[in-house]
Design a protein around this ligand. Structure first.
Ligand code: CP
Ligand code: NVA
Length: 300
């Protein structure tokens, strides 16, 4: 049976660690200049309903490095659900290419793509989840901290797609996740079911107090641009700045999935400061997604 990666919940703990091991192998080989063309003659179709820098470049570069090829479909190209049904699009792509990555508005779009494809489908961000991001971020945390054992992660800001994927990962992997959001901006309720290592608070100082990792994301995600001005006011107490960081008691690292809105959710002094590992995270998108594609294709 083919496998998809639509949600963090699609993988078991063992499978996540298998992908991390492969990511490590691929990263080490690349650094040594050893070619790893395990996907030669394979093609990736990349469907984008929203803009991207990291996701597009890392998937495309990753496919090139693995010996395959990637096709970029801009928001004006496939227009699945408008130009033709999502199911018809999925059935066409399944006849030509070997794997699909889609960045979409509605999470159901990527679910429908997966349901109607005979090839693996990867969620490159939906309104509900950003699982490739969280895989790369947790791989980065393991690189820096040795493992996830005893690690406390604080997520400060909007209870959005990145936050939902974090919660799902905490449910599977069991690390401590402390979330702080303004009231009304908490993560999706059903993600919090069956989690016993996730706490919610309205106070960023409480969330970061004993954190090893302090993570934030934009206050208005793609598609929420009209709410941006209102959110800037509501979220101001959740800005990651030097004053807030005085409440942290452990040796912490700062993470952000990027793009950052400097001066909003994070200040220059923090994102450019000594604790920031944001570009290590961004680099690891490449290595981890190469592993995800290889792992899924090998099992399909
Ligand atoms: N973090 C991330 O997914 O970046 P892009 O939106 O640039 O792809
Ligand atoms: N939450 C952000 C993540 C961008 C990578 C968004 O959806 O726009």
């Amino acid at each position: 049976m083919k496998r998809d990666f639509i949600s963090m919940l699609d993988l078991t703990q063992d499978e996540i660690h298998q992908i991390f091991e492969l990511s490590n192998t691929l990263k080490t080989s690349l650094k040594k200049g050893v070619a790893h063309k395990v996907l030669s003659d394979k093609t990736l179709a990349m469907i984008f309903e929203k803009p991207s820098l990291r996701t597009r470049v890392t998937f495309e570069t990753g496919m090139t490095q693995l010996g395959g090829h990637a096709i970029y479909l801009a928001p004006t190209d496939a227009r699945l659900g408008t130009r033709e049904t999502i199911a018809d699009g999925a059935k066409n792509l399944s006849r030509w290419v070997d794997v699909i990555m889609a960045r979409v508005f509605a999470h159901k779009t990527v679910e429908d793509l997966a349901k109607n494809s005979s090839i693996p489908v990867i969620n490159g961000l939906s309104d509900l989840e950003h699982p490739c991001q969280i895989m790369a971020d947790l791989f980065t945390v393991i690189e820096k901290k040795g493992s996830l054992d005893g690690v406390v992660i604080a997520y400060v800001g909007d209870g959005n797609n990145v936050c939902n994927s974090f919660i799902a990962a905490a449910r599977i992997l069991g690390f401590q996740l402390r979330i702080a959001t303004p009231p009304g901006y908490e993560p999706a309720g059903h993600y919090l079911e069956q989690t016993n290592t996730v706490s919610l608070s309205g106070d960023p100082r409480v969330a970061i107090q004993d954190a090893d990792i302090i993570y934030t994301d934009v206050w208005a995600s793609m598609g929420q641009e009209k709410e941006a001005a209102q959110r800037r006011e509501i979220f101001l107490p959740f800005q990651i700045n030097r004053s807030l960081l005085e409440s942290a008691t452990r040796d912490f690292l700062v993470m952000h999935c990027l793009p950052a809105h400097r001066g909003e959710e994070i200040t220059d002094a923090v994102i450019d400061g000594p604790e920031s590992i944001v570009f290590d995270q961004a680099e690891n998108r490449l290595h981890v997604q190469k592993a995800i594609m290889t792992w899924l294709i090998e099992r399909s």
